[in-house]
Design a binder for this molecule. Structure first.
Ligand SMILES: Nc1ncnc2c1ncn2[C@@H]1O[C@H](COP(=O)(O)OP(=O)(O)OP(=O)(O)O)[C@@H](O)[C@H]1O
Length: 254
């Protein structure tokens, strides 16, 4: 079923910090089952935008709605899986196994000391299977490769059975072969399971065929209709870096 209400509805969002404009008048919508990439120069405000979508940072002006609700009224945070930037950079002595980490994905839906139910266990096992890490479940997470850790962090997010997965530059420090495998997994989550994906990346060329829309953020948003326009947008974003203009606003069709 397609939502007519967007998952995220952002209107005229601005964020000014110590007189520096970080985001200026951003408006966008993200719909169920979309695969969206967000690109832009370093410091362009991509992470800040995501933090505002999740209520982790308060905008100076403007509004974010999730599933039609104001952020302050939204309670179903388990529907949103978030893997922040550098989440996979875990200290090698970190005392937790892969399955310990993935189980943490269930905590938001259990009472603080609630027992780990059969359903919880099944969801954890499913998330590990989807991310192809079942055989690593008893390994200490700090001993894994960058690509394996990255898949553990995403499995943790999947264990909460999210409807939307937000990934902030998940490929930093991951080799090309692991990246390709990772992109294939994301495509599968989007196409087979209908999970909405919002993906902050510098790697747009590789996923251009998978994504539905691209947002280029450089204080202001440039929104492209389709991935074929994406590459020219990327070139443009590299060019200006100073003052972007709203070039094209996508109208979502239902
Ligand atoms: N809480 C904060 N305190 C100080 N500066 C901040 C804060 N939040 C964001 N900024 C600044 O806002 C700008 C945008 O940062 P942000 O991390 O959102 O950019 P980004 O596009 O995600 O960059 P990158 O590609 O390097 O991750 C940067 O100049 C950053 O220093």
């Amino acid at each position: 079923m397609k939502f007519t209400v967007p998952i995220f509805d952002v209107k005229n969002l601005s964020f000014i910090l110590k007189e520096q404009t970080i985001l200026s008048n951003i408006s966008l919508e993200i719909f169920s089952s979309e695969y969206i990439a967000i690109i832009g120069p370093n410091g362009g405000g991509k992470t800040t935008l995501i933090r505002m979508l999740l209520g982790l940072e308060k905008p100076t002006s403007g509004e974010v709605r999730i599933y039609g609700k104001k952020l302050s009224h939204f309670k179903e945070w388990h529907k949103i899986g978030y893997v922040p930037q550098r989440a996979a950079q875990i200290d090698s002595s970190f005392p937790a196994t892969v399955s310990d980490i993935v189980k943490m994905g269930r905590t938001s839906q259990r009472s603080l000391f609630g027992a780990f139910s059969k359903v919880d266990k099944q969801l954890v096992d499913d998330a590990m299977a989807k991310m192809d890490i079942s055989d690593l479940k008893d390994k200490m997470v700090g001993t894994l490769s960058g690509g394996q850790r990255q898949r553990v962090m995403i499995a943790r997010a999947l264990a909460s059975k999210p409807e939307i997965l937000i990934l902030d530059e998940p490929n930093t420090g991951v080799d090309v072969a692991s990246q390709k495998r990772f992109y294939a997994l994301l495509r599968e989550l989007n196409q087979k399971e209908g999970i909405t994906i919002v993906f902050i990346t510098h790697d747009i060329g590789v996923i251009a065929d998978d994504i539905a829309r691209l947002f280029t953020i450089n204080q202001k948003a440039i929104i492209c209709n389709n991935p074929k326009q994406a590459l020219s947008c990327e070139e443009m974003s590299e060019l200006y870096g100073i003052d972007a203009h709203l070039l094209h606003v996508h109208k979502h069709e239902h």
